[in-house]
Ligand binder design. Sequence first.
Ligand code: SIN
Length: 278
Amino acid sequence: MAYQTIEVRKLTPTIGAEIFGVDLAKPLGNQQFQEVHDALMDNLVVFFRDQKMSIDQHKDFGRRFGPLHVHPNAPIAFKDHPEILVIKADEKSKHVAGEEWHSDVSCDVEPPMGSILYLTEVPPNGGDTLFANMYRAYETLSGPIKQLLQGLTALHDSSKAHYYRVKATDRDDIKFPNAEHPVVRTHPVTGKQGLYVNRGFTLRIPQLKRNESDALLEMLYRHIETPEFQCRFKWQANSVAFWDNRCAQHHAMFDYFPSRRYGHRVTVCGDKPFYRAA
Ligand code: SIN
């Protein structure tokens, strides 16, 4: 793809690219917006270095791609900015958000299209994020397995990912959303098909017996984790990652305890997943 307003350098042939020549604190012109969008569609996750964004600028950048999402179960850190999800770890952390491979908030009926994470504090080493290409994960399955998956749905439930993140005293009052989505999802922009089950949120495939569902999901989770579908992003302070939740999964590596890692995530609303035969 030829770009005129940005430079795009691929991290791997399969997924991930760094974008140069954009100041995310400034409103993007139409052509630059289109090129960033195209680079995201082409690479599934894009990265920017050396950005300085206020909360409002971060939200404005996200809003270019759609309305902003408010997390159903995470505490609101900034009263005036419920769309900001704080990603934080320090010497008190036992876990961090996103340690399992997942697609963000797939428990929503209309899960987010994309997520834009801006880290301002990073550990001296470690704390990378891994991303995996779900088109490749689907394409590389054998024909009979593809055939089987095309007719199936899966239940995704927020409690699987968020139950222990919610204060014990709040758990009875809080609603943990859940939703049923096709196991193979057609991307609404590219028209390509990708696997849409993830260890973080998916509970079971209701059309199958419990043991069949567990075995099939475990096989798919292991397949999704194949290293050749992945890239690994090394953060620096003021880096930004923007991923497409409809065709990529990610995994936050928590290998830096007790160092600090801090940033804000803005999440862009998406639509109801569907499957359309190719
Ligand atoms: C997330 O799942 O949004 C967190 C990713 C990260 O902290 O690298």
